[in-house]
Each structure stands twice: as C-alpha cells, then as structure tokens.
Design a protein around this ligand. Structure first.
Ligand code: ATR
Length: 299
C-alpha cells in the first residue's frame, strides 16, 4: 500500500486559532485512537472553530487531568480505556445513561460544573439500526462481560426480548446480569460461561450475537469467540464491536453461515457523533466522521 502523504490526510487535521474551542480524548495509551481525526474532520466539514486533541493521561493522574482541562478552558473530552470508571467518579453530575452503565466516556465542562455522560449504549443502538439489526424482540447473546459489554447490555435490556451474557469468567457475567436486572428492563437477562457447551445450547434460539471481547482484534486476528467446530446459527445477525480489522474471524464464520453481519465501525462513529452533538449542539456529520475513520484505519 502506498503510504499516505501529508496532503491526503489534510482534511483530518485541526486548524488552530486563538479563538479555537478545545476538546480531546483522555486514554492510556491513546496514540492509536481514531477519535482525533474523526472529530477534526467533522469540525472542518462544518467550518467550526474547534479542535480535538489526544490527551495521554496516566491512570493515577486522572483527577489532575480533569481539573486541568477545566482550568485550561476545554469544552469537554472523551475518556477511553482505562479511564471511563474514573471519569464517572470525578464529575459533579451524571446523565441517566452514564448512571445506568456505571461509567462515563464523555465529559462536558459547563460553567455550573462537570457533566459525565456515556454515549456507548446510544451509539450501539444507532449502529444496530443502521446495520438493519433492530434489537426489538430479539434473543441476544452477548459475548464478554467487560466495560463494552455493560453498554451493550444496557442498550439491549430495554429493547430485546432476552439477553444472555456469556463470559470466560462466568462470575463477571453473573454480576453484570444482576446489575442490569435491577434496572428497569424489558428483557430477561441470564448469564453463563463462554464455552462450547453453553454456546451450542443458546445457539438454537439466538437471533443476535454481539462480540464485546477483543478476540479477533489486531493482533489476535485469527482468534474467534465462536468455536470453529460449532456451526454458527444462520438466523443470528452478528455484530462484532471490533473494527480493527473490520473483517474478523467471527464475522467470516457468521457470513459463511449466511447470517447478516456488521463490524464495530458504526458504534465507534455513532458514540462519537453523540458526544459531538452534546458539545456543539449541532447535528454531527456522521458520513464525514465515518470516512475519516476509514481513511485512518486503511492506512
Ligand atoms: P472492555 O472495556 O473493552 O470491554 P475489558 O473490560 O477488559 O475490556 O473486558 C474484556 C472482555 O473480554 C472480558 O469479558 C474478558 O473476559 P474475562 O472477564 O474473563 O477477563 C473478555 N476476554 C478478554 N480476553 C479473552 C479471551 N482470550 N477469551 C475469552 N474472553 C476474553
């Protein structure tokens, strides 16, 4: 592949003036984040005098970092791994979405105080609809029970018919199922181990499978949470949160079985779009944001 020239990525870069409004992403590490080009492309496209910067923050320094952003006049920030729980604890006020998930991925710095929000569940829901996999009435299998799974289960709990959380460490799946069952939920929520026997038991009735584990993500590209010798259920749409690479081993298995598939780029873009809209109070240019992510991921 020809390496990108500076010119070819120019539309992803911020323009900085004395008047520029600042936002960014706090992570550790943060250098592989695609959020800076995604948001900067959106600001440029709309002619907004805003810029989005990477903010490498050591976990122990989150309190200083958040106080520093306020002191520096930032409008807000995103928090990514491993800071979402810490941001949740550092803000003055939480949105219902952040409270339900128990983590904050978006900070809005307002004169009256720090607001913590979470756009992951709404981003996932928007992405499911876009992929033509509406969750209503579905029997969902969620693979994994970490931070990403919390947002996914939260989104499905109010729309799907049932949600079964399967995890390598089944105790964590139980804890998540208990926490989500306590909230207002229309779905019945169960938990179990992520093993061949349990997968084969649930595969017969599942019509939506969501992978929230890193299996299949670079550099584990040959791995899959679905055993190779277990037929993937044809009727079960497969949403893989992984977007690097976009074609994962799990998606190949699902596609070979004839199931509908979607990679995780849509959730990435839509969680970003929700944050963009909170900060700027303007509709996000979703297609520009998606093209920016694709440009960066393809390089
Ligand atoms: P995130 O915030 O991205 O969800 P996380 O909180 O570290 O990340 O959660 C990762 C999830 O992937 C967990 O459910 C983890 O299972 P455990 O709870 O047993 O650790 C799951 N996971 C990670 N590596 C895995 C592997 N090799 N096989 C199966 N599950 C794995």
């Amino acid at each position: 592949m020809t390496p990108p020239t500076l010119d070819s990525l120019d539309w992803l870069r911020p323009n900085l003036l004395g008047s520029t409004k600042m936002v960014g992403v706090m992570g550790w590490p943060v250098e592989h984040s695609v959020s800076p080009p995604m948001h900067n492309a959106a600001f440029r496209h709309l002619g907004l005098d805003w810029a989005y910067v990477p903010l490498p923050v050591r976990p122990a320094e989150m309190p200083e970092a958040v106080a520093g952003l306020r002191a520096l006049g930032f409008v807000g920030a995103n928090a990514t791994v491993p800071h979402k729980r810490m941001l949740y604890d550092l803000v003055d006020e939480l949105t219902p979405a952040a409270r339900a998930i128990g983590a904050a991925n978006t900070l809005h710095i307002r004169p009256k105080g720090l607001l913590g929000h979470n756009t992951d569940a709404a981003g996932f829901q928007r992405a499911l609809r876009e992929a033509d996999m509406p969750p209503e009435g579905r029997h969902a299998l969620v693979l994994g029970a970490g931070g990403a799974a919390r947002a996914v289960v939260c989104a499905l709990a109010t729309s799907a018919a049932s949600v079964t959380i399967l995890n390598r460490t089944p105790e964590k799946a139980e804890i998540l199922a208990d926490a989500m069952s306590a909230a207002p939920a229309s779905a019945s929520i169960e938990a179990g181990p992520l093993d061949r026997k349990t997968l084969s038991r649930y595969a017969t009735r599942a019509d939506l499978v969501v992978n929230t584990t890193p299996l299949g993500m670079w550099p584990q590209v040959e791995r899959s949470p679905w055993p190779q010798d277990l037929p993937y259920p044809r009727e079960a749409s497969c949403y893989d949160l992984v977007y690097n690479p976009r074609q994962t081993q799990l998606l190949r298995q699902a596609q070979a079985a004839g199931a509908a598939i979607s990679d995780g780029l849509g959730m990435l873009v839509h969680q970003g779009a929700e944050a963009f809209e909170l900060w700027t109070q303007q509709p996000a240019p979703v297609e520009v944001m998606r093209a920016a992510c694709e440009a960066v991921l393809d390089t």
